[in-house]
Design a protein around this ligand. Structure first.
Ligand code: SAM
Length: 272
């Protein structure tokens, strides 16, 4: 087992079943499985959906999965791609097939935040994402305004998707067992809370600047993060109907949306 690739394989059938059921809401739409390993989820998914694309970075695992697990069971609807999931082009796949993706994965934790952002960036091409995350990251995704876990990732994911927890997963459900608890979350990307954010890259910049210095006020973190003069930023924050002394963790999603609309004027000047 390659520890560096986060190879903690699921050995609990009940959890596998719950993940697969949450992941497949439409038989016809393709499933992208990230990091199939030795197929604990893949074999279930292949019986529930028409086509599975399984992206596995480890060459040996990809070969074992194909030769020793899928072929003997006659599961011919799984295409294994031996590559890094970060290089998969979701938008090209959508343009090519016209079909939105259902993503599923028991992710290696070292890439979970990056992959989450990639999923959110590609929201228009994705129907849903059902993913196992380390508990702390999963809690951030569902955290509400004002809680200690409310963060950049909470705002970005809830802006783009309806997020809910599928189940909590104990270390004993894996081999080898990780040191921490995990949690499976489901993101429905067809139900964004903020559907009018057309320029998600710009929205990300604002949210990142807002949470950049958690102890600072919104005014201080936005003006230093976006490099806009304090006097000017004070006016813009007021235009968005917010107090400049508030902190980012106290902002509702709609508050971020108003800030985004107000600050759109500055888009071409902001390079961060
Ligand atoms: N899905 C399997 C299961 O639940 O038993 C395996 C899960 S294991 C936590 C993560 C898997 O992702 C491993 O098979 C690992 O080789 C693969 N992996 C790690 N980094 C990857 C990457 N960047 N792209 C694709 N697969 C990756």
């Amino acid at each position: 087992m390659r520890k560096s690739l986060g190879q903690n394989l699921l050995i609990d059938n009940n959890i596998c079943q719950k993940i697969a059921e949450a992941a497949v809401s439409c038989y016809e739409l393709p499933i992208i499985e990230i990091g199939p390993g030795l197929g604990a989820l893949t074999t279930l998914l292949a019986r529930m959906a028409k086509q599975i694309i399984a992206i596995e970075l480890d060459k040996n695992m990809a070969r074992l999965l194909s030769d020793k697990i899928l072929k003997p069971q006659g599961l011919s609807n799984v295409l294994i791609l031996n590559q890094d999931c970060m290089d998969f082009d979701f938008s090209a796949y959508y343009r090519h097939t016209g079909k939105k993706l259902q993503i599923v994965g028991n992710l290696p934790y070292y890439i979970s935040s990056h992959l989450l952002v990639k999923i959110l960036d590609n929201a228009p091409y994705i129907k849903s994402a059902t993913i196992m995350l380390q508990k702390e990251v999963a809690i951030r995704l569902t955290a509400k305004t004002g809680s200690k876990d409310y963060s950049r990732l909470s705002v970005l994911s809830q802006a783009r998707a309806r997020v809910h927890t599928v189940c909590r997963v104990s270390p004993t459900c894996f081999h080898p067992p990780p040191k921490i608890w995990s949690q499976v979350i489901h993101m429905d990307l067809t139900k964004p809370a903020l559907p009018d954010i057309d320029d998600f890259d710009f929205f990300k910049k604002i949210v990142r600047a807002g949470f950049g210095q958690r102890r600072k006020t919104l005014l201080n973190s936005l003006s230093s993060g976006l490099k806009i003069k304090r006097e000017q930023m004070t006016i813009e924050i007021q235009k968005a109907n917010l107090s400049e002394n508030i902190r980012a963790e106290a902002l509702e999603l709609e508050d971020f949306a108003r800030l985004y609309k107000t600050l759109l004027l500055y888009k071409t000047f902001i390079e961060t």
